[in-house]
Write a protein that binds this ligand. Structure first.
Ligand code: PLP
Length: 371
């Protein structure tokens, strides 16, 4: 059986380094509930992400869900968002009793198209929830000024964007709040984990309560919170992985650039290189097929036959999920660009230790489908 190549593979710190990091826990027996590792990691992240307040969570999804909950929008309020994303983004809206209104995406970097927001606006609109998809930054200026004009909150799903910089700034610095995911499959991870970032101290305080059952003080429970706390083992993994992040991103860049050398400029294929003003984290290598010279599904099957497993991120659109397609605000051909991209995009294997020989083999298979 030939070796399988997955779409991604989790980065791991050296085993001894992690053991050293958790050793102290056998002395303190303090395993969760904002212990020493949690506090050390939180401070490190506030520095790295350039954000005044970072609220660590059990995972990225609950961080996002709690950000919307903490904003206390009336039930049935509408949130302008993208359907070209992972399930979590849309679920976070709906699980808060809010209504997702799907807007189209840009052709060039697949993020929410600010030009589509105006016509989706209603008297019930309260917020915009864009996604820095693949780590590509949204048009934060246009989205920000639209939101200010209409008195809306902006919450960024920055799950893909950890380690990236836009105009020299951390993605945490855009919008009223931003969520990063530290899931094992992301560029940087804490096994499971995530963080809600904000400069708004009141929002951060509310988030800190919400992730811990709404407990505000020893005898004071002020909100209907769940349990979304990050534990000490997760925080220790984060502390270790943060030390190696730059090296991991540099290795990803080498892989990314090899894909670019082989696939850029080939008629029928469109990669998505970092734009100017963007220091990429090289999280993903999305490749768009034109469907004429080559089809996405053809390439995916040819690769799968060789034990190579790219992913059709993001297909289907969340607005086409069984649980959403009957919403009045879903589907109906309202997002033609997103629909076309979802049909034709393939995310190729990309992780720090992916051998360049494997990258070449992947490119050979794709290119042989085009000749
Ligand atoms: C991974 C991801 C999430 C959710 O993060 P978890 O940490 O897995 O809960 C949310 N949005 C997007 C776009 C993601 O890729």
């Amino acid at each position: 059986m030939v070796d399988q190549i997955p779409v991604t593979r989790s980065s791991m710190p050296p085993f001894e380094e992690y053991c050293e990091e958790i050793k102290e826990l056998w002395r303190t027996h303090w395993l969760t509930n904002m212990g020493a590792k949690h506090e050390e990691f939180r401070a490190a992240l506030e520095g790295y992400l350039e954000c005044p307040r970072a609220v660590l969570c059990a995972n990225g999804h609950l961080a996002l869900e709690n950000i919307l909950a903490a904003m206390r929008f009336p039930a049935g309020s509408e949130v302008l968002t993208t359907p070209f994303t992972f399930a979590s983004t849309t679920h976070a809206i709906v699980r808060n009793g809010l209504v997702p209104v799907f807007c189209d995406i840009r052709e060039d970097n697949y993020t929410l198209d600010p030009g589509c927001l105006e016509k989706a606006l209603t008297a019930r609109t309260v917020a915009v929830l864009p996604v820095h998809v693949y780590g590509n930054p949204c048009d934060t200026d246009a989205i920000g000024s639209f939101a200010r004009r209409h008195g809306l909150k902006v919450v960024y799903d920055a799950a893909h964007a950890f380690g990236a910089r836009y105009r020299g700034k951390s993605p945490a610095r855009f919008g009223d709040a931003a969520m990063f995911s530290f899931h094992a499959t992301k560029v940087f991870h804490t096994i499971e984990g995530g963080v809600a970032c904000t400069a708004d101290g009141c929002l951060a305080d509310a988030l800190s309560d919400l992730k811990n059952f709404g407990i505000h003080g020893e005898e004071s429970v002020t909100a209907v919170g769940g349990n979304a706390k990050m534990n000490e083992f997760q925080a220790a993994m984060g502390i270790c992985n943060l030390r190696h992040l730059d090296g991991e991103i540099a290795k990803r860049k080498t892989v990314f650039e090899r894909y670019m050398e082989r696939l850029d400029g080939i008629p029928g294929l469109r990669p998505c290189p970092p734009e100017k003003d963007v220091a990429s984290n090289y999280a993903y290598f999305p490749l768009l097929f034109d469907g004429v010279r080559a089809t996405r599904d053809g390439a995916a099957s040819a690769l799968a036959a060789c034990g190579i497993h790219p992913r059709k991120y993001f297909h289907p659109l969340t607005s086409d999920y069984e649980c959403y397609r009957d919403l009045p605000t879903a589907g109906g051909g309202k997002t033609p660009v997103a629909a076309r991209v979802a049909r034709n995009i393939l995310t190729l294997p990309l992780y720090p230790d992916l051998p360049l020989a494997d990258v070449d083999r992947i490119c050979d298979i794709i290119l042989s489908g085009i000749a």
